[in-house]
Ligand binder design. Structure first.
Ligand code: BG6
Length: 298
């Protein structure tokens, strides 16, 4: 497989690797950024735009094994989010992050960004994932319900993005102030808008509803602001497991929780996507990074 990929996609700045468990990834090294994507799950595991520190978080305890999700980067959740509603023996967050995707295209764009296109099938849907590694990271998950499908179908999706932060207790997230949310750490209660930026002060697992807004993660210690812009997404999830939940996850270091936060571009619950045969939907997240001036008044 590795040799076939190398021959088919012989493009400067693109290389392929295989780890000791047989997982294959594509590595991007260009003037704009460095990055990596595993074909299992079409999983973006790293992205570092030129002039910045790595933007995505990866656990030191992550598995890189066939059939196991990678802890960090950008898992794709599909066709459901969280546990399956009717069968809890099915994998959390669906099949997409566990199965092999095929690379069908790669090209260097005029901007210097590297664009990769991947595809897979999760019956009855056909999925394509387009990711542009440049000074922005642009990811689009397109879901098609083929014309010959027997009936309309619905699904949930999420680009479950893990961000690396200096200390989650000192960051803030703007953009979700006007949105109400489901608080998964408080009996899934529906809570009203808070009208203030999010600060993480305990285990946080929230699904923000009916929000198309950009989010800005401000990290004053690392003097950077990460913007998550999105299209085709009506829910945003914010997650940090804090102390006890980190200890319960085998693939998450006990002391790693201060270094990460997830801001997930999603369509969940009442915002699940409904498609008739022949219809498609695209969910896009665009991540960019800016320096944050030190005297900024937060
Ligand atoms: C978040 C969910 O998106 O993902 C959390 O809101 C969940 O409830 C977390 O714990 C991690 O999920 P997983 O399946 O990767 O351990």
């Amino acid at each position: 497989m590795l040799n076939e990929l190398k021959q088919r996609f012989s493009i400067p700045g693109l290389s392929f690797e295989q780890n000791h468990n047989g997982l294959v990834s594509v590595v991007i090294q260009s003037a704009a950024c460095t990055g990596e994507l595993f074909f299992q799950g079409a999983h973006v595991s790293s992205w570092r735009p030129f002039g910045h520190e790595p933007v995505l978080w990866l656990s030191q305890k992550s598995n890189y094994e066939k059939g196991k999700p990678i802890r960090g980067g950008v898992p794709i959740c599909f066709p459901w989010f969280g546990p399956n509603a009717s069968n809890t023996t099915l994998p959390a967050h669906g099949f997409a992050r566990l199965q092999e995707w095929q690379l069908v295209g790669a090209q260097q764009k005029n901007s210097g960004a590297m664009e990769l296109s991947l595809e897979t099938t999760i019956d009855p849907f056909r999925l394509s994932f387009q990711v542009e590694f440049g000074n922005e990271l642009k990811m689009t998950l397109k879901t098609l319900l083929p014309q010959n499908a027997m009936s309309s179908q619905s699904y949930e999706d999420a680009l479950h993005t893990y961000f690396s932060v200096s200390d989650v207790r000192t960051i803030s997230i703007r953009g979700l102030e006007p949105a109400s949310f489901i608080d998964k750490v408080d009996d899934a209660q529906l809570k009203p808008a808070t009208d203030s930026p999010i600060r993480i002060e305990s285990e946080t697992d929230r699904v923000y509803l009916d929000t198309q807004s950009d989010c800005v993660l401000e990290d004053t210690q690392w003097k950077r602001a990460i913007r998550v812009a999105k299209l085709g997404s009506a829910s945003t999830v914010v997650w940090n497991p804090w102390i006890d939940k980190s200890k319960r996850m085998a693939d998450f270091g006990d002391a790693e929780w201060p270094g990460m936060v997830c801001i997930e571009t999603a369509n969940i619950g009442d915002s699940r996507i409904r498609l008739s045969p022949g219809e498609s939907h695209s969910t896009t997240a665009v991540i960019s990074v800016d320096a944050l001036s030190t005297n900024r008044n937060l």
